[in-house]
Design a binder for this molecule. Structure first.
Ligand code: M6R
Length: 363
């Protein structure tokens, strides 16, 4: 039942505050047991993490690398499952293998998990949206995201609930390693509980984003930029746009611009920038100036604190807050809405984009 929405994708975008609240299910302390009875023991045995996933789930893993290394101080590798399963890697039995998956049935991710286990890496955790899935059965630990059934082929609420679970994991690991004080724990819990409210406020930006969609609909290429933990969010924004609007989109960490992609910039290529106020903002501003100087048209998602103002060739939508470490979750929403509304203007089959399946159960 679509209710007031035109597509499942739109419905699922708007379900995210609820999905994230359910995924957090009223936790009042940061405990390893959230990840299973054995989690405390396993987490204290590990000295590294390997995340295996495909597509959007891979991007949630990439975001987690920034969080876990910075906050919990544990080394993280993230690999595309279809590559990992076929390459010769160096296994380590003290590594926690995490598989990220909405469906829990993605063939490449399941095969990568089996491959890791065959290499002797038996400490495994599934972060998954389907409790009865093969992936949950194959892993000794599990965290079930509570996105609810996701019908749109383009993953939306599965991604933000995965990020929520991964942030919780970051806090659990930080606490176990003595990197999270009691005061910090209370503060983090408060911020997490506020997340659904902040998401709701951002979804209210939809009418502004719809106006941008008209400008994109005639384009055939787009560039997405982000820095630090917002680089994976730029990747996710580009994937959403390609998947449902069939516009060719690429994402780069903005510092890479001058190493190649700047050559692409003309007034014909919209450049979407994820630009929250953080310690990389000043660097990002100079990357944006490089784009502007070459006639590129910028579409910037930022916030009031950034002091980025609209000018000729620069459109700005400001999110209502500065969200710190949770900013990647919140900055995902406008990118989903942008892809959705561009696809509406282009008249594509949004919930079932051509050539794609919801769950990729074959190689
Ligand atoms: O079910 P999974 O999370 O394992 O699926 C992985 C990818 O196939 C999936 O995220 C895909 O990239 C989405 N269609 C992206 O929107």
């Amino acid at each position: 039942d679509l209710g007031p929405y035109r597509h499942f994708m739109q419905k699922e975008i708007f379900e995210q505050p609820r999905a994230v609240a359910d995924t957090l299910h009223d936790i009042d302390s940061i405990d390893p047991e959230l990840f299973g009875l054995l989690a405390r023991k396993r987490f204290s045995e590990i000295d590294g993490i390997l995340i295996l996933a495909c597509g959007t789930s891979y991007y949630s893993g990439l975001t987690a690398k920034y969080w876990i290394e910075a906050i919990a101080k544990i080394k993280v590798e993230v690999e595309i499952a279809s590559e990992y399963r076929y390459r010769q890697s160096v296994p380590s039995s003290n590594t926690l293998v995490i598989t990220m998956s909405q469906s829990g049935e993605t063939a490449d991710t399941l095969a990568a998990l089996k491959h890791a286990k065959n290499l002797g890496m038996t400490k495994t955790l599934a972060i998954c949206n389907v409790p009865t899935s093969a992936m949950v059965r194959e892993c000794e630990l599990a965290y079930i995201t509570r996105a609810g059934i996701e019908i749109g082929v383009a993953s939306t609420k599965a991604f933000t609930t995965q990020l929520t679970a991964l942030y919780l994991l970051t806090l659990v690991l930080a606490k176990l390693k003595g990197n999270l004080s009691e005061l910090q724990e209370i503060e983090e819990l408060k911020l997490l509980k506020h997340l659904p409210v902040a998401m709701q406020e951002i979804l209210e930006l939809e009418p502004k984003i719809t106006k941008w969609a008209d400008k994109f609909a005639t384009k055939e290429h787009a560039l997405f930029l982000g820095r630090g933990m917002h680089y994976p969010i730029a990747l996710e924004g580009a994937l959403k746009l390609k998947e449902i609007s069939y516009i060719h989109a690429e994402a780069y960490p903005a510092g890479e611009l001058k190493h190649g992609p700047l050559a692409l910039v003309t007034e014909e290529i919209p450049v979407i920038v994820v630009a929250p106020t953080d310690q990389l903002l000043e660097k990002l501003k100079s990357n944006m100036a490089e784009v502007k100087a070459r006639g590129g048209e910028l579409f910037v998602f930022s916030d009031d604190a950034s002091k980025i103002e609209p000018s000729s060739g620069m459109h700005v939508i400001k999110l209502p807050g500065v969200y710190g470490n949770l900013s990647p979750i919140l900055h995902t929403l406008p990118l989903q809405l942008l892809a959705y509304h561009v696809a509406i203007v282009r008249g594509t089959d949004i919930d079932k984009p051509r050539n794609l399946a919801k769950s990729v159960t074959v190689e």
